[in-house]
Every structure is written in C-alpha cells, then in structure tokens.
Design a protein around this ligand. Sequence first.
Ligand SMILES: [Ca+2]
Ligand SMILES: [Ca+2]
Ligand SMILES: [Ca+2]
Length: 319
Amino acid sequence: MYCPWVFFLRASAAEKRTPASHLENCARYSAAVDSAAIDDAGNPLGSPHIWSFVTGSTGAISGTITYTGMPPYTWVMIGVFRDPCLTDQIAFWGMETPDSYTIDPVPPGTCYVGAFMDLNHSERPDFGEPAGIYDPNGDGKPDPITVSVGRTRSGVDFELKYQFQLSTISGTISKSPDVTQSDTTYVAFFTSDPTQGGADPVDIRMLPSGTGTYGSSPLEYGCYYVMCYMDTNHNHELDVVDDVPIEPVGLYGQVVQGGPVFTPILLITDTVGINMTLIYFTGSPPPTPVFPHPRGVSVYRGHADKIVSWGRAPHGIVR
Ligand SMILES: [Ca+2]
Ligand SMILES: [Ca+2]
Ligand SMILES: [Ca+2]
C-alpha cells in the first residue's frame, strides 16, 4: 500500500510536536516508537510499535476498483475531488493492483471519485492508461458522494473501463427565435473558465451557416468549457457594448443574473450532446437573480482566432 497522505513523524525524546504547529488538518500520521523507548519505571519497550492516527474531523471512502484488461497490472491511483470535472483534488490513494480500497482520511462534504492505472509510473494520467469514474447512473459524468465525519462511505465501486485517448466534444447549435441572422458561428473550447479571464481557447471550430452540429478537434482528456458566438458583422470578433455582447452568444451552462456560468465538461471519452443556443443578451431582461451581488462577469471580447478573454475586461466595444 502507498499513501502520500501518510506522514511519518520523527522526533527525539526531547522534541515535542504539537497539533497546532506541526500537524496538518485532515492527514494521517504514523508515529514510530522503537525499542529504545522506556516507560516511567525504566522498562524498555518490548518491540517497535507504529502508532497511527488522523487529525481533524474527517470521514472515509471505501469501495472496489475492477479492471477486465489483461495483466500485468500496476499502480492504481484513486483521486477524490471537490468538483465533478476532477480538478480540485482533496485526497488520494494508491494501490498495487485493482482491488478493494479505503481512503482515510477524506474531508467531509460532497466529492467525486476517479481512478487510473499508472502504467508508466509517472504519477499522472497518460495516453493509453486505463481510467474510470464513480458513475453509478452511467451517464459518463462522475456522480457525487457525501462524506460525513466519523463515517466511511462504502460501496464506491467502479471499473477502469475507459482508456485515456484523444477525444472529441460535439453537439448542436441552435438559435433563439429573435436571432434571425444566419452568419458564421465560432465555437471555442477552453481548458479553464473563460469568465475568469486569461483563458485562450485550445480549439475553435467554425459553422458557416451559424447553426447545426459541431465537433471539436481531437482533444486531450481533461476539463473543458465551451462557448460560441455568431459573427453577424463579419469582423471575426465578438462585439461588446457596455459589458453586453451585441452579437448572439451561447455557452454550455447557464446565463444567470450578472453573467454566464459555465458547466465544465470532463472529457474522458468522446462526449456528445454538448448543445448550445445562440441568444441575444441585449434587450433581454435578466432572469430571476440568483446571486445576491452581481458577479461582474458580463464582458465579452475576443477574436475568431484568439479569444483573449471573457471576463473582467474594460468597458466598451472591443476591436
Ligand atoms: Ca502515467
Ligand atoms: Ca453520472
Ligand atoms: Ca463580430
């Protein structure tokens, strides 16, 4: 067994370790007490002893990883993540072969679980390596589990049924009724949230008729954000006035008060059904407010070849 979240303490008899200054929250520690230790009466410890404990208020996850491919098997790395796109890792565990597992400690709360077989021992997913997610409803997206303090969430079983490979994102682009034009639509694929600024698309596809089916280039596995806009004035840019795009825009996610909220896509195999509708934001009354304060994410600017940002940009038309 191998768990990077296990820390061994080394301390001399004269050295004290205190939780506040030396121990991390939500971590398992093991204290090795060797036979040089003596009790108050001077009697030596009969044999070395490992004392293991977990800090903080935590829970645990257990289950079984299966794999039907041919041996030889090698390290299976299991990750626990806060988000369904598996980017914010909060715990992980490694084991020598596909097998039953327990991850302890895990911070309490909602989380998602994925695993891969690290064939080349790089400690990261690489092309050709088997992978799987906890997805009991079988829709290809990780399903949430809840970890409670002092409890083990059991039955988190899944198969390494995927294999990391180049995959595509595809879907259909349609128009809302008030979009009457049929100009070129550009579809952009990002690996980070464009509303947070600083994101360059890793792929852009063009639909000359403005609507219909689209498909990305083959992309690396990972987390993706997808948007599109119709370039009605043919300047190869998304035009913006007073923080509002004046050309039809669509995204995979939701438009709420204050701006767009993307739904990230975990790309682990060819992913279909990423459909978007082009709408005019201008003149459309905002839907029922969701956030108590505007998020300040309502500025769009970009270029057909290089969308430089979709986020907190200066006001006005971007050319
Ligand atoms: Ca690897
Ligand atoms: Ca699912
Ligand atoms: Ca334009």
